[in-house]
Design a protein around this ligand. Structure first.
Ligand code: FE
Length: 195
């Protein structure tokens, strides 16, 4: 994998997202047009550096690929070892999840007076994109669909997702404060950020 390919695929995506976010603050449009941009990025699996695709045997990892200097968005690679899964959690900003390799299983939840209620399940295969936000449904649990291989997805959020305060939830709906941070990895050389 050539470093230049990384720059081209990811920078094209970042430029497109920058243009979109300058054109609108309408979340429905950001999710719809952002998903199209993300589908283009994940249509090929030849650009993500190995440094940002390495699984951890203990826990799923989230690597920062790009943090917008203006704080409008962040892009991360999410790397699942075999059988790994998240707790139920929220995001508190819009988010797009596109699977690059492997597959993810999603359980979607809603809150009501009695706690959390499972409202849907889905599977995200390579090339497909899912969305979350407080407006459209922000609570889910995600798992690697495979017990014997790594899954990698590319996520885009409307904030610096590793730094924002959000929550994980027990099955009875009890919330626990959560700040995800990022796994250690070298910063990608994205000199010449989108204008
Ligand atoms: Fe999530």
């Amino acid at each position: 994998m050539a470093a230049q390919q990384t720059l081209v695929a990811l920078r094209t995506f970042l430029t497109g997202l920058d243009t979109l976010l300058r054109a609108t603050s309408d979340e429905a449009r950001i999710l719809s047009e952002g998903a199209a941009l993300l589908r283009t990025l994940i249509a090929r699996d030849d650009w993500l550096p190995a440094s940002h695709a390495a699984p951890d045997p203990e826990r799923y990892r989230q690597y920062l690929l790009f943090r917008d200097p203006e704080g409008r968005f962040s892009v991360v690679s999410f790397v699942w070892g075999p059988g790994q899964r998240t707790p139920i959690h929220d995001h508190r900003v819009w988010g797009l999840v596109g699977v690059l390799r492997g597959a993810e299983l999603v359980e979607r939840y809603a809150r009501d007076d009695e706690g959390l209620r499972l409202v849907g399940r889905g599977r995200i295969d390579p090339g497909a994109v899912d969305a979350v936000s407080p407006a459209i449904g922000d609570l889910h649990r995600v798992a690697n669909a495979y017990d014997d291989r790594v899954t990698v997805s590319i996520h885009v959020y409307g904030a610096d997702i590793g730094a924002i305060e959000r929550a994980t939830y027990a099955d009875d709906g009890t919330a626990k404060r959560f700040v995800s941070g990022y796994a250690d990895a070298p910063a990608l050389d994205l000199a010449g950020e989108p204008a």
